[in-house]
Design a protein around this ligand. Structure first.
Ligand code: ADP
Length: 320
């Protein structure tokens, strides 16, 4: 079966998927068992921040089972009819991948978890007293749900997943390995030290790493240099405003606003995001890393900047 993705940097098999060793080890057991039974996997829930490989793993599972992947988006599944249309559109064994599954509507969710449990959907045919409930058998399917907010999933839906895996940010060595492999795929030389520097400035996230790897390639081509060594990687990232901690202009802008405009906080999320003309959704993408890097904290009274944040921006720490 094809990889069913246009992203040349997306790993297609479990073997090519670098990092997340605990999760991939468990998936390997489940996949091997399912293959030896000649059947499908129990439903899989993948949780974790954006860009860590949830969609990639859903494709990997489909590839390893040699079945197609049928993609859907949680926010597009509101009503029972939406869920029925999705499920009855599956014509043979398949992985049904629902991204942002925590954003499904209640009615769609109830239809889905009934189908996950007994492999059937109930459809009402006709109106009024003549209405009839028809139950349709579905082909064998594995539902793979991805979520960035496990806590927002309803308990009944969560319970229908036989396996839940959590993706954590990648360590530098894993990211450097991905950088080296992907530089080869993109057709340029990246030195070990260059790969490590790139990894350090990619916020533990393969999606961010791949975006930055492409910037490095572009600078390499423009400069006409033979290989992306440490100096070239630093120069490329500096030019695009990506600093030593991997923050980009927006991340630094947020930090600057918190330190300067709000005197280090505490401030509420909405006010903080608005101060750089962004919404709280943007904050959702940046704040986890700011916290992980020890630059900001969440307190009962709001977000605050740490002394490290002031130091990183070259600002004097406020008197306490
Ligand atoms: P998510 O669904 O968690 O937001 P994706 O699966 O879309 O993340 O991954 C984002 C990008 O990062 C993918 O296009 C892929 O190229 C890359 N990627 C993710 N995980 C890995 C990995 N373990 N190894 C190599 N590349 C990866």
């Amino acid at each position: 079966m094809s990889r069913q993705t246009n992203d040349p940097l997306r790993p297609g098999t479990l073997r090519e998927f670098t990092g997340q060793p605990v999760l991939t080890g468990r998936l390997r057991v489940l996949l091997t068992a399912a293959r030896s039974r000649g059947g499908m996997l129990d439903h899989v829930l993948l949780a974790g921040p954006p860009g860590l490989g949830k969609t990639t793993l859903a494709h990997v599972i489909a590839h390893e089972l040699d079945v197609p992947l049928v993609p859907a988006l949680g926010p597009g599944l509101e009503t029972m009819a939406h869920a029925v249309t999705l499920l009855t559109g599956v014509t043979g064994p398949a992985v049904v991948f629902i991204d942002e599954i925590h954003r499904m509507g209640r009615a769609a969710e109830e239809t889905l978890y009934a189908a996950m449990e007994d492999g059937r959907v109930a459809i009402t045919v006709g109106d009024g007293p003549a209405a009839e409930i028809v139950r349709l058998d579905l082909p064998p399917m594995t539902v793979v749900g991805a979520t960035t907010q496990m806590g927002l999933l309803s308990a009944p839906l969560r319970d229908r997943f036989g396996f839940a895996g959590h993706l954590a940010p990648y360590d530098e060595a894993a990211l450097a390995g991905i950088a080296a492999a992907n530089a080869r795929r993109l057709g340029f030389d990246l030195t070990d030290q260059g790969a490590l520097t790139l990894a350090r400035r990619s916020r533990g996230t393969p999606r961010v790493l791949n975006q930055r790897l492409r910037l490095v390639r572009d600078v390499l081509h423009v400069e006409g240099r033979p290989a992306a060594d440490d100096a070239l990687v630093r120069d490329a990232l500096d030019r695009f405003g990506i600093d030593e901690l991997g923050l980009d202009d927006l991340g630094r802008g947020l930090l600057h606003a918190l330190c300067v405009q709000f005197g280090g906080g505490p401030v509420g999320g909405a006010a903080w995001a608005a101060s750089v003309n962004e919404t709280e959704r943007t904050l959702e993408a940046h704040e986890p890393y700011l916290m992980r890097a020890g630059l900001t904290q969440r307190t009962a009274r709001g977000r605050v900047a740490t002394p490290k944040a002031f130091g990183h921006l070259g600002l004097p720490a406020p008197a306490t």
